[in-house]
Write a protein that binds this ligand. Structure first.
Ligand code: ADP
Ligand code: MG
Length: 625
């Protein structure tokens, strides 16, 4: 039989390699920025059009390339950075595989202009899908400019697979952040669709973080410095009270290279133990310096994961370094004094024995949950006991369970009895009549996660978090679209700081947010002043809700019918819903079940996840054969 094996032509091999190296425009941004850094540039400019789908250009003032090198740089496995396999263990450059430019040129239109110091003229090469279209002598400044146009022009499937512009832009900005934070000594500028998104002068590390994330970041940072034989840790961690709901601002750099490490991330999490609100993540910007011989960065094509020789020791050092900083800067006690509690001190003295409190207590079936709420929100229990509970200290579960009712009526005793009245009819239709007797328990909570309830045909197992998201989602949607929701006036305006990109998103959603009950005094560059919040939203949750919302908008998937209103309702429902792990008392459980079945679509959460399952007696019987 004839031989059938052939060597793949270069352009095919390059296209295949491109599949690994270039997933999306952001991957090109990363490779080009890294090449510019490796070329010793002190100034780097990034120009993006249409989230990189139309153009990605990086201009640097680095050492440039000779005419021959310019041509060679597009060959696969062409690199100036290593010469032998041994060099892999002494890497001081970002690149070393020599496949980025070859891969990019295989799937886009590329224009390279480059000139070395001392040369009179430079070289311009145009390549389209691995074919060199032209090569000329040009007049160009020292350094290199690489423009990448029409990414994936010859692989329509990949091009169609790209996400919406906001999502792709988000990925580009993420890569940009990772590069600029690792190199504060290089100045970076980024333009998107003609307007300047970042202008970062050469600076120290703290200043760079502040320039990227906004002026207010400065006061949130605590320095970390630890020098040991195996590892140097330096950089900053965020104060616990500024912890974010999303993992956005978490950066590890190893020898100036951004890496992801769930294991080392865990080390930081454990150092913060007991200091963070549930579901929030501390920010960190940490540079680890280790001997290049003790790491292997070759295990992943996009090089964000690396292997350490001695992970356990690194874990211990990082954990203790972070703990040390938190202790040194006396972070922990700050948590005990939440602003609310301080503001309420006068009431503490004058109204400690208000009769209304007594009345309220006897009617309030959630009383037993209060201490839990107090500790989680950081309000001292002393303060909470003195405040009429219907005004100030509602447990998260209670508060959010009654969200719709509160927004319809006043927050008084009447409102409260109304709740029980309203839920009764729903109950009749769903539950076994025998269970109508007041005292009898009809629901059980399992592992603080599921609620089990008896129905005529068998039983229901409800996911408390997903079910509550559904309940809140429908209530918020109604508030936004049908009626103006009630707003509670804040005693002092709440000032929240955001980056310019985040402010842009808040501006887009401002109108809808106002419908849910938010009142904005101003939305300025980096600063939002809020004077009113929806009645259902505790003041302490506001910043977390907005953060969550911003991250949801940034990660919005284009194919899900995007509507700002819907997204807002979903995001707020997600933020405020009862969490897994939260213990609910009997009344709360029952109310959740009732509210769920009063929904239009009780079966699924706002993100289309199952909220409950049923199991009939028959099914149970069959399990006992
Ligand atoms: P690698 O970075 O892994 O070496 P690349 O394909 O990214 O591989 O680049 C190939 C070579 O092209 C580099 O080794 C370098 O010599 C040269 N090169 C790429 N970009 C630049 C630049 N901006 N300035 C100078 N030389 C560059
Ligand atoms: Mg490279």
């Amino acid at each position: 039989m004839a031989d059938i094996i052939q060597l793949l032509p270069d352009h095919v091999a390059n296209q295949i390699a491109a599949g690994e190296v270039v997933q999306r425009p952001a991957s090109v941004v990363k490779e080009l920025l890294e090449n510019a850094i490796d070329a010793g540039a002190s100034k780097i400019k990034l120009i993006i059009k249409d989230a990189g789908k139309t153009l990605i250009q990086v201009i640097d003032n680095g050492k440039g390339m000779s005419e021959t090198d310019a041509r060679l740089s597009f060959e696969r496995h062409a690199t100036s950075k290593i010469k032998s396999a041994d060099d892999l263990f002494q890497l001081h450059t970002k690149g070393f595989r020599g496949e980025a430019l070859a891969s990019i040129a295989a799937i886009a239109h590329v224009e390279l202009k480059t000139k070395q110091e001392g040369d009179d003229v430079g070289t311009c090469i145009e390549i389209e899908g691995s074919d060199v279209v032209s090569q000329e002598v040009v007049v160009t400044p020292k350094g290199t400019s690489i423009g990448v146009k029409n990414l994936f022009f010859n692989i329509p499937a990949r091009r169609n697979f790209l996400k919406s512009n906001p999502v792709e832009t988000r990925h580009i900005i993420d890569e940009f952040h990772r590069v600029v934070l690792a190199h504060p000594n290089i100045s970076f500028v980024m333009f998107h669709n003609g307007s300047e998104s970042f202008n970062l002068p050469e600076s120290n590390y703290r200043q760079r973080i502040v320039n990227v994330f906004g002026v207010k970041t400065n006061e949130k940072l605590v320095p970390v410095d630890e020098d040991t034989e195996v590892l140097t840790v330096s950089g900053f961690i965020g104060k616990p009270e500024f912890a974010k709901k999303t993992r956005g601002e978490q950066f590890f750099f190893v020898n100036n290279r951004y890496i992801k490490s769930a294991y080392l991330n865990h080390a930081i999490g454990s150092a913060y133990e007991g200091l963070l609100k549930e579901g929030t993540h501390a920010s960190y910007f940490l540079n680890l310096t280790v001997d290049p011989q003790t790491i292997d960065i070759n295990i992943h094509p996009t090089k964000t994961e690396i292997k350490f020789d001695d992970e356990h020791t690194l874990y211990a050092i990082i954990r203790s370094a972070v703990k040390h900083s938190l202790g040194q800067f006396n972070i922990a006690p700050v948590l005990d004094f939440e602003r609310d509690a301080n503001l309420d001190t006068p009431y503490n003295k004058t109204q400690a024995k208000m009769p209304s409190v007594e009345v309220d207590r006897s009617f309030n079936p959630f009383q037993e949950d209060k201490p839990m709420r107090s500790s989680s929100s950081g309000v001292t229990s002393n303060a909470s006991s003195s405040i009429p509970s219907y005004k100030k200290e509602k447990g998260p579960s209670w508060e959010s369970l009654y969200v719709g009712l509160e927004s319809k009526g006043t927050q008084t005793q009447q409102g409260f009895s109304e709740v029980q009245f309203e839920s009764a009819p729903v109950e009749t239709s769903i539950f076994d009549e025998a269970n109508q007797v007041e005292q009898k328990q009809t629901t059980y909570q399992v592992h603080n996660k599921y609620i089990i309830s008896k129905i005529k045909s068998g039983m229901l197992v409800i996911d408390q978090n997903k079910a509550h998201q559904r309940v809140l989602y429908e209530q918020f949607l109604q508030n936004i679209t049908v009626q103006e929701a009630m707003s509670q006036q804040l005693l002092f305006p709440l000032e929240l700081h955001f980056s310019p990109q985040e402010i842009e998103i808040i501006n887009q959603l401002k109108n809808d947010l106002e419908h849910t009950g938010f009142v904005f005094k101003s939305v300025k560059e980096e600063l939002v002043e809020i004077t009113g919040v929806p009645v259902s939203v505790p003041e302490s949750e506001v910043s977390i809700i907005l953060e969550q919302l911003i991250s949801d908008v940034e990660n919005e998937v284009p194919d899900s019918n995007f509507s700002a209103t819907d997204l807002l309702a979903k995001s707020m429902a997600k933020s405020l819903a009862i969490k897994t792990g939260q213990s609910l008392n009997r009344v709360e459980q029952e109310h959740l079940v009732n509210s769920l079945f009063a929904c239009k679509e009780p079966n699924v959460s706002p993100t289309n996840r199952t909220t409950f399952i049923t199991m009939t007696v028959d099914e149970l019987d069959r399990k006992f054969v």
